[in-house]
Design a protein around this ligand. Structure first.
Ligand code: SF4
Length: 416
């Protein structure tokens, strides 16, 4: 095994965009604290009852509103024909304030990939990406405006963390996607979201409480939630080990995806700065424990970046590190080639290098799949579109790679 010295891993400054965090600096607390208006989704049963009482309306309206929201995906008072006409407007205003407003929509793949930039009540931007495949629809959603994890190859990281999203803001991305699908507004005819991946903007486990609540609501049977199967909900983390442990104690065995990107602490400290707090061994141990507790095979994401982390010896080491925890069956590796961007030092590995990397991992018996990218004529998920709007088309570092990663995870890791 030939180890290579670390290359220059300093952040590449995106023209026109202020760098909010110094190299390696982590931002665990949001810059903003503003709370969005209270929404039906964020309210407890008692709070709903109380609010209805204040409006002089009976408590059973809460159930009707839940049905509109979670089963019919609507917040439009006109559509709530089972409610007295005189009450509808008041109810909708009180319980369904507009939390997310579409600012820009990009279509790709003949309209089967839809990327939406949303403006939140306080002007913060987030995004979601809907991807339709034969037989299933995957929605990649955001959980934070910006991200404080500061990975140097990622434009979102450069923005820093603006604020955490509320449960309702997270759920609104799903409701609106479902409404569009139900109305046949997405190419391919009527349908519904089958897979949710928390791989949009932000580190989901850094907004733990809201993300865990959202997972429960996604999973709860209609009309108390969207009735999705837990295994079709994927939470992707850069490796907040204590939060992985917390998640495994929740009564909702979602699929876990860990963005490892390097099997050795020396490189990972630079590439994924949270590694300075939670080392590779701690993260992989937590991921393996997650598998033991939930029975869900864990996905390991690995963005292959040319001459940075794509060495065959690192593939070999990755295989060793994973198998050392408990064999090869508990994990699936998804190496995703970073999309080549002219002029950027963060670029994709050569295909033969990719192949050598994959073979080195597979030599340990670990199932490993490289996927084709999706949405090649659309900016990728995870901060890229927001940055495009705010920074006037200036950056493109890893656009497709993120969308491809989403697809890799949403494919349920069946291939090997
Ligand atoms: S790669 Fe993910 S975790 Fe890292 S800075 Fe970007 S959004 Fe945050």
């Amino acid at each position: 095994m030939t180890r290579t010295p670390l290359p220059d891993l300093s952040r590449e400054v995106v023209p026109g965009q202020p760098v909010m965090l110094a190299q390696g600096e982590l931002q665990m607390r949001p810059r903003r604290r503003g709370k969005p208006p209270q929404h039906f989704v964020d309210m407890s049963a008692d709070e709903r009852k109380e609010a209805l009482k204040e409006l002089g309306m009976p408590a059973f309206r809460a159930k009707q509103l839940a049905r509109h929201y979670y089963s019919h995906y609507t917040v439009d008072p006109e559509a709530m024909t089972d409610l007295p006409a005189a009450e509808r407007e008041n109810l909708a205003n009180r319980f369904f304030p507009q939390l997310v407003t579409p600012v820009k929509t990009q279509l790709a793949d003949g309209g089967k990939t839809v990327k939406t930039l949303w403006r939140l009540f306080d002007g913060a931007s987030v995004e979601s990406v809907l991807m339709r495949y034969p037989g299933r629809v995957t929605l990649c959603i955001s959980s934070q405006a910006g991200c404080g994890m500061n990975c140097p190859f990622c434009a979102t990281g450069q923005m820093g963390l603006k604020r955490n999203m509320s449960v309702a803001e997270i759920m609104e991305q799903v409701r609106i996607a479902n409404l569009m699908l139900a109305n046949g507004e997405v190419a391919g005819g009527p349908g519904r979201v089958n897979n949710i991946v928390f791989m949009g903007m932000g580190e989901p486990l850094a907004n733990y409480r809201a993300v865990a609540s959202a997972c429960k609501l996604l999973n709860a049977p209609q009309p108390d939630g969207f009735g999705m199967s837990a295994r079709h909900i994927t939470v992707s983390t850069v490796g907040l080990a204590p939060a992985i442990r917390k998640l495994m104690e929740e009564d909702i065995p979602v699929t876990l995806a860990v963005s490892l990107h390097a099997p050795d602490d020396e490189l990972r400290n630079e590439l994924v700065p949270i590694n300075t707090r939670f080392r590779v061994d701690e993260v992989v141990t937590a991921a393996h424990d997650y598998f033991l507790k939930t029975g869900r095979r864990v996905s390991i994401e690995y963005a292959l970046i040319r001459d940075i982390n794509d060495h065959a010896w690192r593939g070999d080491l990755l295989g060793q590190v994973l198998v050392a925890k408990g064999g090869a069956h508990w994990v699936h590796v998804n190496p995703i080639p970073l999309n080549p961007v002219p002029g950027s030092k963060w670029t994709a590995s050569d295909p033969e290098v990719e192949q050598a990397f994959v073979e080195a991992v597979r030599a340990h018996g670990v199932s490993t799949t490289i996927r084709d990218t999706r949405g090649s004529d659309i900016d990728g998920a995870c901060g890229q579109l927001a940055a495009t709007i705010e920074e006037d088309d200036n950056h493109r570092q890893d656009r497709d790679a993120r969308v491809a990663r989403v697809e890799a995870i949403a494919g349920d890791g069946k291939d090997s």
